[in-house]
Design a protein around this ligand. Structure first.
Ligand code: HEC
Length: 165
């Protein structure tokens, strides 16, 4: 439009003859519609690309582990931890409890030290189990075996008691 205005102002004497003005306007209309067509083309291709992108992003943003409801096919797969064999008392003791109980670290009663274990065994096995599960002073809860089941911990206590009589 500015272009048109300049043409008008630069006209040699007064307004341009009618013919020329019409010609200029119609040429501009052509240009504009060409531009519009090109713009539409660009927009169409952008929206096509963005649809692709959206799909790719959705694929990527999927949660890694999807929720499995019981009854779903995916829920049939056994959970690795649950199906693992329980560790024996000796295995738990060797890998977890020995850290303190083999050396007497932090005042722990040493394995096979009957004098240290005698009074504790006298408290009854259930008290010892409770100490192992919940902790007692310097004895941390679960003996720091956070992935031990209660049964595994009790087996470890049995192993220590048996070996320390
Ligand atoms: C960080 C060191 C540490 C680790 C690891 C540890 N204990 Fe202990 N435990 C102690 C200490 C210290 C005591 C003595 C606590 C007291 O009587 O004040 C103790 C005491 C005990 C007692 C006797 C509790 C009582 O009531 O007299 C049992 C049973 C026991 N531990 C079992 C275990 C088992 C089973 C594990 C391994 C799963 C384990 N502990 C790992 C430090 C440890």
């Amino acid at each position: 439009m500015q272009f048109l205005a300049i043409m008008l102002r630069l006209g040699p004497t007064g307004p341009m003859p009618k013919m020329e003005r019409t010609y200029t306007v119609s040429r501009m209309n052509k240009t504009l519609s060409l531009l519009a067509a090109a713009g539409l083309g660009v927009m169409v291709s952008i929206s096509a690309v963005s649809a692709d992108l959206t799909e790719a992003m959705n694929e990527r943003l999927k949660p890694v582990g999807e929720l499995c409801m019981s009854g779903d096919e995916c829920a049939a797969a056994p959970v690795a931890a649950a199906s693992a064999e329980p560790r024996t008392g000796a295995q738990v003791y060797d890998t977890k409890c020995a850290t303190c109980h083999a050396t007497g670290a932090a005042g722990a009663p040493k394995f096979a030290d009957a004098a240290a274990w005698g009074p504790r065994i006298g408290k009854g096995i259930d008290t010892l189990y409770t100490s192992a599960l919940s902790g007692l002073n310097g004895m941390p809860a679960k003996g720091l075996c956070m992935d031990c089941s209660d049964d595994e911990l009790k087996a470890a206590v049995d192993h220590m008691v048996e070996g320390s009589k």
